[in-house]
Design a protein around this ligand. Structure first.
Ligand code: FMN
Length: 189
């Protein structure tokens, strides 16, 4: 098995790709696409996003310490890409993409109504790392779209057709291969 040795770089794929919403002190909202995002703690629930200081959203994040992570889906892939290649300096992305601003409960940044899950976050720590600053944030509230609840009130995220980002390409999540713990679960036969 021959493998090429590459110089150090980011090759941890696939990744979630999310739309992060922010709002400045005057209430002007913006959206930026983030793939350098992660879950970092269960209790308290904490997430991270890494953002380059040059982004229009960066000083807003730094000053307000608030943002919302909006999960992305197949239907939102155009918006995901657009929010990652156009800046809020030049265009109102909510308006341009006809996205709905929905009311948050604990932060000032709006939710994207079309997204199946919105995660309201408050920044607890900012760590400059080099090209990006890491924002470690606590989850303050989660909004889940009732359209994806089944009759047993289980939230079926797969019905929203979530997408991932892998080495420059967006993919829709595919076939379910097993559920958590299936490898050790006893089968009924
Ligand atoms: C798929 C994808 C993933 C991205 N991930 C990040 C990221 O993790 N951090 C970041 O700072 N920028 C990331 N970007 C770039 C920003 O989303 C992009 O520069 C955007 O225009 C910034 O918006 P703003 O200037 O309105 O804040 C990504 C772009 C794409 C297309």
């Amino acid at each position: 098995m021959a493998k090429q040795l590459w110089k150090p770089g980011n090759m941890l794929y696939p990744l979630p790709v999310v739309m992060v919403t922010v709002a400045d002190r005057d209430g002007k909202a913006n959206i930026l696409t983030v793939a350098w995002a992660g879950t970092v703690c269960t209790n308290p629930p904490m997430v991270s996003i890494s953002v380059r200081p040059g982004r229009y959203s960066y000083p807003i994040l730094k000053e307000t310490g608030e943002f919302v992570i909006n999960l992305s889906t197949r239907d939102l892939v155009y918006a995901v890409d657009y929010c990652g290649v156009r800046s809020g300096r030049d265009v109102d992305k909510f308006e341009r993409l006809h996205l709905t601003k929905a009311a948050p409960s604990r932060v000032s940044a709006p939710l994207i109504g079309e997204s199946p899950v919105n995660i309201e976050c408050k920044v607890r720590e900012r760590k400059p790392l080099g090209s990006h600053d890491l924002f470690l944030a606590e989850v303050m509230a989660v909004h889940a779209d009732e359209r994806y609840m089944d009759e047993n009130h289980r939230f079926c995220l797969e019905l929203a057709r979530p997408i991932v980002y892998s080495h420059g390409v967006y993919y829709e999540c595919g076939e379910a291969l097993g559920s958590f713990g299936y490898s050790v679960r006893r089968r009924n036969s």
